[in-house]
Design a protein around this ligand. Sequence first.
Ligand code: HPA
Length: 243
Amino acid sequence: MIAIIGGSGLDRLSALQKVREHRVGSRYGTPSGAIIEGLLAGAPVLFLPRHGEGHSIPPHRINYRANIAALRDHGVEEIFAVTAVGGIAKTAGPGRIVIPDQIIDYTAGREHTFYDGIDGNLDHVEFGEPYTPATRQRLIAAANAVPLEVVTEGVYGATQGPRLETAAEIARLARDGCTLVGMTGMPEAALAREAGLRYANCALVVNWAAGIGGDPISLAEIEQQLASGMRKVVRLLSAAVQL
Ligand code: HPA
């Protein structure tokens, strides 16, 4: 089974023909919202809004473990994670869709592992390629099929939020090699790996990161980019679930 985790701008997936809703718990607590089971372009998928149905959960308070555990418990094997991001690299301007291939994690204080030793389990997962190559390729192939232009690699810098970054912080991320910045990419990707799920990120750039575009970041512009960009993302996902 495939799951889509929706981010900012995709709290509801209106293209999904709903079959039923699952209000479930997990041993790690309650997921962000009901898991919606339905058909996207005829293909069975599960949908979970990362920030909750009414977009009420900030990035640092999302129960990433409950979300991933609940999806796994529902038979999910592969996740397309949608995120809204700021663009750092010249190639990652507002409106672009990027399928990143790497992550740098700057988050702190989040419950970030299933292997915290509490239940006697301890493991160290391999994470050199944080996104599953075949799942990334599926998103890229779907973009080619639509067709939609996508940037086929990128380094996702995961920041703590909920505030946006300072210009100096973004300059540091750029020096580190980040091409994108967002607040929800981690620990979600690592938990998916720990849970044995295939996982890739479909990142929509909604603003230039702080200090990159010259002007202060406009929240109104972000809203506008989310509205137009997520329509493209849904077309991409609709193609990806058919492949
Ligand atoms: N920084 C962090 N997260 C974001 C941004 C940003 O500029 N835009 C959208 N999510």
